[in-house]
Design a protein. Sequence first.
Lengths: 180, 674
Amino acid sequence: MAHRALKILCVAAACLGVAPAWAMQPGEYQIKAAYLLNFARYVEWPAQRLPAGAPLRLCVLGRDPFGEALSGLEGRQVNGHEVKPRVVDGVEMASDCHLVFITDSEERRVGLLLRGLAGRSVLTVSDIDGFAEAGGGIGLVVDERRVRFDINLTSVQREGLRASSQLLRHGRFVFGLRAP
Amino acid sequence: MPCNRVRLVLPLALSVQLAWADDAVLADLALEDLARLDVATVSRKTQKLSETPAAVTVLTAEDIRRSGARSVPEALREVPGVSVAQIGAGSWAVGVRMAEGRFSNKLLVQIDGRSVYNPLFSGVFWESLDLLMEDIERIEVVRGPGASLWGANAVNGVINIVTRKATATRGSLISARVDHKGHPALAVRQGFDIGELGAVRVYAKGSEMQPSRSADGRSEVDHNRGWSAGFRMDSAGSAGNTWMVQGNSFRRTTSESLVTTGLDGSAGLYPLSLEFEGSSLLGRYSWGLLGGEASVQTYFDNLNASVGESGRGGISTFDLDFQHRLAPVGRHELMWGAGGRYVKTDIDAATPILTISPPERSLQVMSAFVQDEITLQPRTWKATLGARLEHSTLSHFEPQPTARLMWTPTESDSVWANWSRATRTPSVGEIGASILFGAKPTGNPMLPIVFVRSTPGQGWSPRAERVDALELGYRRTLRNGSFEAVLFHHDYRRLIAGYLDPNGLILPGIPLPIPPYFIPVQNIFRGNVGKARSTGVELGLDLPVNDRFRFQASYTAVNLKGARSSDPVTDAAGAELEEASPRYWGTLHGVIGLARGHELDLMVRRTGAITHGNVPAHTSFDVRYGWRPGPGFELTVMGINLFDKQHLEYMSNFLPTQPAYLSRQAYVQGVWRF
């Protein structure tokens, strides 16, 4: 009986294993990296924080889940700024960055990190559950196998950043948006 | 509508497909295009695990959905190291690194930070828990002593059930299920926005569980039905200060039969019907404090259980807990906390079967912990030192230290080793209950029958059970998969167990109105007399083979040995624990994505034999078929135990109930979200 069950599972595994791979789809973090670039595009930093032509520092705080998807952003141009991605350790290093992606290895510290980065005109992004609700800037969520994002407008504005209407329109939820 | 979307996505998918290896193409996509891309394989939240120097498994909402689980124990079946066996309708033996039976007193279970471990009989009344599975965000299983952070009774592990924030459940949900015998379950949930404040959801659920069968398969031996309702309210944060309030109420009725021996030695059945009623209210607030983060949590919980006309018991708990994570200073990241719990239990037994003295008891537990995470070498070496000090009215002052070392040579590999000591507080029942287990034939013609009674040992000064645990683990996390191997060794001392009254039978014993007028009593004394050791290995694998197929496996082998010595008292106590566990168990799960929203799950489980109750080794095979035509609806058809007419998973060991066989079964479930 156990053998029968095992056999079925093995046959199923073999069929799927040798079958030609279905259409290649992008990985979750490839898509998320592309989102980071878009956020940089649709958010405006105060001029003294990001002078014209200055490089835009896009940082990953915690264990890097992006791999090559992150280095692929190196040297890209966003609104006349050259994107400089890097992986950082701790709030001190991150506070120089313009956009900080907090990875889920930092979940336990997320409140601490947000408080540490507050008031430094940093756009915080993360895929930690409930990030935007917890006072972060933009939370990436996987919903029905698609990557979407929630924005906490109150947090973004408090940092002196301006989110374009284009960005707000595509957000799944926008927190802190007053009804017109 | 779905057709439209396919037309939209198809050309896009084709155009981007040409050069996937090139992230450049993706990075050029606009927001609206990104939101339309299907993710090949959703990565599991394993990043945070690679930072944890402990054997931790996180079951995501997706894992729970794909397992077809109707209850938390069913969802835990595939977690390495967790032994799950069904005792009957809604009642389970859930243990970590061993099976202990009906009341696993060495395992702490919490729902959103509220302990559901009851201090009356040291364990979880799984039969009284029926959660709305769709609202569970994740289940975290920490194997090994988690005492330094979680507190007493986390001797073998901690199970944290975390429900979704109300801000993530804004819509409506209806979930309806019916099994092949017509037992229904219906749940509704509605979320509301409360403007600047955040969001709230309310829910209600009613269910009747599938009864178990008798050994001959002809009749039903148990029942379990009831309802629960509740709410959860979450802030939509501002300034990083967050709060949450939740409450729930439930009522469940269960019935089963105790196997008793009549005066003539014949076996009989004594119906046992339990009614559970409970409610709880919990609040939590987090805010910035001294550059760090603090949170305070408080809850009130009330549980009542009544046994027909013959008695009732109540537990009221008030808990207050404070935690503070300080901003890192140099290499150190410090966290500390303190808490207090006040528990009042009262038992009102109207039969001589169970007496507790004193019938009313109140106990206080005060505790404090401190933990320091030390970065020895950035990104490579990390050490954690921690300790919890705890004082309970029911035991001595118990320090519970831990020391952990973690080495992460690469981004994807981690190796850890730890040593911890943890304790398990004696329960109110263990300290004060006297339970008459019924008549037992002796084989002696002069005294053909005796009554067996379990009672606290004479002059016993109860102490907490203690474990010293060593663990060595290796984890490899890939972007979409993981492999984990853990070796452990637990050394248990002062285990509370029963031993025969050295003074022999008590004569004349209990009076009877009929001949032979008196029945002698054999006392079984309880005391801190047991010692045991366990050594084992836990393996876990999650392997994404391709876009459509993922393979998951788990295997656990445990060698649990009661101490052998010249003292028969210690031997008997150790043997009791040894006999309650299988020596190995394992699972295989094929997670298959078919085209157009169809899903298939093939699951096989194998569990070794259990000496207690002569439960043979068994294999079960489950199949789940799921269909999601769109975001608003999901259909599940589940077949359980398909290749076996029926089998026994566990024999109830605390309450000697009638063996409950699990038959082949099926259910169909629809979930609507709108």
